[in-house]
Design a protein around this ligand. Structure first.
Ligand code: ZN
Ligand code: ZN
Length: 266
């Protein structure tokens, strides 16, 4: 019991530092102090969440972090007790070549589970009852990263845990990939224009666009699966909340005209 409390406490502390700490500082700096200069830094300078939606995102995101910490703390406790998984602890076990190879393998394994589960969540019924919660935030902020239906946070946790039962990964590699996943999630939702030199995912406008156009750009770590499946947003197609399927509609189709304010392109 004490060991479990340590694992849960550690997970919660990590969440507190990143979500409330770093996330809070980032939010305060841009959304409070730099609000007047939004055109210089904001991906959607003319669109802001209402104070009510901001509060809702904060509390819902916090609740899900608590659920997430319970889940990840319990998983860490399970591993510490010697529970079965494909995570290994001795760096020499499969050699250094495999150790290096396992980084991109784990990276794409998590990217794949997150892409396909996200795409599934955009199926009509699941979207309406589950994933729509996360899509209430058309102009995402860092606190919307985990503001979603609790079922969705459980789905995401399942997605990042599955590779730990399939792919041999050193514990350090796995922890790095989990932190990376969380970090990218936060940057993707910050609403602040950020460019980086990461492979196949050069900026955070891709996921921000996902919140504007809904049924496209499902990828988390990369755009690779979207490019492969033709679900990356195309400028010659129309997208809105009601255009399901990931490939949009033809622009000339009158039925495809935006039906909600959120469907208006920026
Ligand atoms: Zn979505
Ligand atoms: Zn999102």
């Amino acid at each position: 019991m004490l060991q479990w409390l340590w694992c849960f406490g550690g997970a919660l502390a990590g969440s507190a530092v990143t979500f409330w700490g770093i996330g809070g500082l980032l939010h305060h700096h841009f959304y409070r102090r730099q609000r007047a200069n939004a055109a210089e830094w904001k991906l959607q300078p003319k669109r802001w969440l209402t104070p009510a939606l901001e509060r809702q995102a904060f509390w819902l995101g916090s609740l899900n972090l608590l659920i997430g910490s319970l889940g990840s703390g319990t998983f860490a406790w399970y591993l510490r007790r010697g529970g079965w998984s494909t995570i290994y602890y001795d760096v020499h076990r499969y050699g250094y070549a495999y150790l290096m190879l396992s980084i991109p393998l784990g990276f794409f394994a998590i990217d794949a589970t997150l892409y396909y589960s996200h795409r599934l969540l955009h199926q009509r019924t699941l979207f309406r009852y589950v994933h729509r919660w996360h899509h209430r935030y058309v102009a995402p902020t860092v606190f919307t990263t985990t503001a979603m239906h609790p079922l969705e946070i459980l789905t995401m946790m399942f997605c990042v845990t599955v590779p730990a039962f399939v792919l041999p990964m050193h514990v350090g590699v796995y922890i790095f990939l989990i932190i990376y996943t969380y970090f990218i999630g936060m940057l993707d939702h910050s609403g602040v224009r950020i460019n980086w030199m990461l492979p196949f995912h050069r900026d955070n406008g891709f996921h921000d666009d996902h919140h504007v156009y809904f049924h496209c750009n499902y990828g988390h770590h990369t755009q690779l699966f979207d490019r492969f499946h033709g679900t990356a947003r195309r400028l010659d197609r129309h997208y809105d909340e009601h255009t399901f399927g990931g490939r949009g509609a033809t622009l000339s189709d009158p039925e495809s005209l935006p039906k909600t304010a959120s469907g208006i392109s920026r």
